[in-house]
Design a protein around this ligand. Structure first.
Ligand code: ADP
Ligand code: MG
Length: 308
């Protein structure tokens, strides 16, 4: 289970007059996501979705609030009292001050993240991309393997990579480079890489935004199938997906969390109780889509009144 408790993120920015200014990217967001659920974060751009997702991943520290995964904090806060400082120094005494920052901010949980643009390494072949992720998981920074998983041999690494590439339909292209693949195939590769490490949580930031509509629908269906398989076998994965596509959010999710901008905060949470497999044209699905569009419309109208 993921618990976000009153997450707020504040940035200092320089405004057009050259003066420092505070910007609240995320304000007081609390969210609880049980195991084996798909949750979409939906909202117009600039409403703090990516920032919130990176905080979930432990890639950014929140200004206030905390993220717990299975009851454990994702990021350890910096020490604030003298005693905490001494404990901190003792714990990290073998690591250089420079590495300290890296070490402290190391996500301590099984999280795989898929970014919109930088999802794969262009200088590695398809299979190397997956093996690379598996190797990182094999010997992570700090030497602590999640769940004390067994270290894989080189042969096992490649077998596992091949297994997950087959799962996403990339069986025949292991030795190609990402530049030789279509956009949809690159996103499949990103998905194979995320699944290969068998994480508890997959975070996706607009993963299908760059592919054409038909490919996107196919990818969505594959994602659902693979996610369903993880539930049947070993690991009921939580998927948290950022999107600005209302129909995608409703089709995939158990819950849609609608963000509103300025400052980014939760406007509505909409449970989607339609049984899977869902039909894209199911009246129940369409009805929920309409409701969400209406919410958006309201936000957009308010915004335009402001800016004119
Ligand atoms: N590192 C940063 N420094 C300053 N402002 C930032 C930074 N990252 C994001 N922001 C600002 O925070 C707000 C939310 O950004 P983001 O989380 O990327 O929104 P979204 O993903 O919903 O489009 C935006 O106004 C953006 O300009
Ligand atoms: Mg974003």
């Amino acid at each position: 289970m993921i618990e976000a408790k009153s997450i707020t993120k504040f940035f200092s920015v320089v405004n057009e007059k050259g003066l420092a200014e505070g910007l609240t990217a995320v304000l007081n967001v609390s969210l609880r996501i049980p195991d084996g659920k798909i949750v979409s974060l939906l909202g117009p751009s600039g409403c703090g979705k990516s920032t919130f997702l990176e905080i979930l991943a432990g890639l950014q520290a929140p200004t206030d609030g905390e993220i717990l995964i299975d009851g454990q904090r994702v990021l350890e806060p910096l020490p604030s009292t003298r005693k905490e400082m001494e404990d901190y120094k003792r714990r990290y005494r073998f690591i250089s001050p420079l590495a300290n920052g890296v070490f402290r901010d190391r996500p301590k949980h099984d999280i795989a993240m898929i970014f919109q643009d930088y999802a794969v390494f262009p200088w590695m072949t398809v299979i190397q991309n997956v093996v690379f992720a598996l190797k990182l998981r094999n010997s992570p920074v700090g030497g602590e393997r999640p769940d004390n998983r067994k270290r894989l041999t080189r042969k096992e690494l490649y077998e596992k990579a091949r297994y997950y590439l087959n799962q996403v339909g990339l069986g025949g292209v292991e030795y190609k480079y990402p530049s030789q693949l279509s956009g949809g195939m690159r996103q499949r590769l990103a998905l194979a890489r995320a699944l290969s490490v068998e994480p508890k949580i997959i975070l996706m930031d607009e993963p299908f935004a760059a592919v054409d509509a038909l490919t996107r629908e196919k990818l969505q269906d594959d994602l659902l199938r693979l996610w369903d398989e993880t539930r049947k076998t070993s690991f009921p994965v939580i998927i948290v997906m950022v999107t600005h596509d209302v129909s995608e959010a409703v089709y995939l999710s158990d819950e849609v969390v609608v963000f509103s901008p300025g400052p980014g905060t939760i406007r509505n949470r909409i449970p989607i109780e339609v049984q899977r497999p869902r039909a894209r044209t199911d009246p129940a699905v369409l009805e929920i889509q309409d409701r969400i569009f209406a919410l958006f419309q309201y936000d957009l109208n308010q915004e335009s009144e402001y800016s004119i």
